[in-house]
Ligand binder design. Sequence first.
Ligand code: ADP
Ligand code: MG
Length: 261
Amino acid sequence: MMKCIAVTNEKGGVAKTTTTVNLGAALAEMGYSVLLVDMDAQANLTLAVGADPQEIRVTILDILLENYPSAEALWKPTKIERLHLLGGNPSLNLAERLLPHQPGYETLLQKKLPFIGARFDYVILDSPPFLGALMSNALAAADTALIPTQAEFFSIYALRNVLALIRRIREQYNPTLSYRLLLTMFDQRNRIHRTLYQYLHDHFAEGLTETVIPIDTRLRESAIAGTPIIQHAPKSRAALQYRVLAQEIIHHVEETLAQPA
Ligand code: ADP
Ligand code: MG
């Protein structure tokens, strides 16, 4: 059965896109078929797998608005086996204006997901960095929200907004939605990072992943190269930790799905 993960946070620059591409690539390496969906007009996810946003003809917005030629292939393969991309381009900027005119607009993706994702084991959504129509669609459709955050005071403060949105989406559309916070760009030698890690651990005990992603400049290089870290620097610490994260997420999703609603 297909599982859907929404990688989301109201903040930009917290490693949402990095986490989407590298979690996806790690799952594909383990043998799962994966669809990455770029929901951000910046199209960073599209670039991160080496695709060209200008060549993307159909985005998730076109699918939600049923505005695409039916013969068009919706997704493309990437250079990683089993890893596919439903790409993004700047037309996604129109989403916040167009979607709210549709009836039941926050559940459009939830309704379309079986059609988009049926042939995949995992669909991973890279959401834009604001609480809007695309983010609510992602959360209404997902089994799990994965929320990357830096160990910085402002990042942790910003979590309250996305967690409030998760509560509302649960109440209205998606009662079984679970979430996990993922600490990224973590520097073990930094005292503030260690203190904030402890704070998150104490306040979000069940909501924090055991896996932490270390700061690793090879992740920056791999994004520029348009190649996921497991292929760009397979033995780096970041590649290792994204593989460990993939194991943890598989476990979490399966455990959550096994529970009665
Ligand atoms: P978002 O999608 O949340 O805006 P990105 O994934 O684009 O964030 O990451 C922001 C920047 O930080 C990018 O340049 C990315 O390469 C870099 N980055 C992400 N994770 C790490 C990390 N663990 N160590 C070092 N740089 C990172
Ligand atoms: Mg991004």
